[in-house]
Design a protein. Structure first.
Length: 199
């Protein structure tokens, strides 16, 4: 069993954050343990939520389901199982069907992905690696399908995942029941396990 590195605090620990926690409940149905841990530094959590709001706003120019798949690929490359389950859950929430989520490991060859989607997912794969594998050719390919605002959105999702994967994987953030269910239902066939995130 993994030792507790930073315990998620109850939402009532920081009353001024109640509106943020209420927004999580409305959109996810629960408050993620990553946010409950982060509340020790309220300004950090507020800044994180503002970034997330900008990335996932309803009038995004890049489909939010695709952006969740981009985030999922970034989480897979980083190896964060907590983030893999959360991004899979988000993809399903934004309308990605089960078959497409199941095929994400084969996005380069699966007929379920368009060339535009493959270009975005290829960047997510390369830019999330250490060392960073993004190339000029990848951005050239992106420009065949996406304008600069859309590329900025795509890159924003990838970069934000760099923050959350480091946060949750380093802290072994305990996985919530909802995310665990998604992982076990949709990701386990490809080898996913909650591992250190299970309490």
């Amino acid at each position: 069993m993994t030792a507790v590195r930073l315990e998620p605090l109850p939402p009532e620990h920081t009353p001024e954050l109640k509106p943020l926690f209420d927004s999580f409940r409305r959109t996810l149905g629960f408050v993620p343990n990553s946010a409950l841990t982060m509340q020790r530094k309220p300004k950090l959590l507020q800044a994180f939520v503002a970034l997330q709001a900008a990335l996932w706003e309803p009038d995004s120019k890049v489909d939010r389901g695709l952006k969740r798949l981009i985030a999922h690929v970034a989480a897979r490359v980083a190896g964060c199982r907590y983030c893999q389950a959360h991004t899979a859950s988000g993809a399903l929430h934004f309308g990605v069907d089960d078959a497409k989520l199941a095929a994400i490991g084969n996005f380069r060859t699966s007929p379920l992905f368009t060339p535009a989607e493959r270009a975005a997912l290829e960047l997510a794969f390369a830019a999330s690696a250490i060392p960073n594998g993004a190339t000029d050719a990848m951005f050239g390919d992106l420009r065949r399908y996406w304008d600069e605002e859309q590329i900025t959105e795509i890159m924003g999702v990838i970069a934000a995942m760099g923050f959350v994967t480091r946060w949750n994987d380093s802290l072994a953030t305990p996985i919530e029941d909802e995310a665990l269910m998604v992982g076990e239902t949709h990701l386990a066939a490809a080898g996913w396990q909650a591992g250190k995130h299970r309490r």
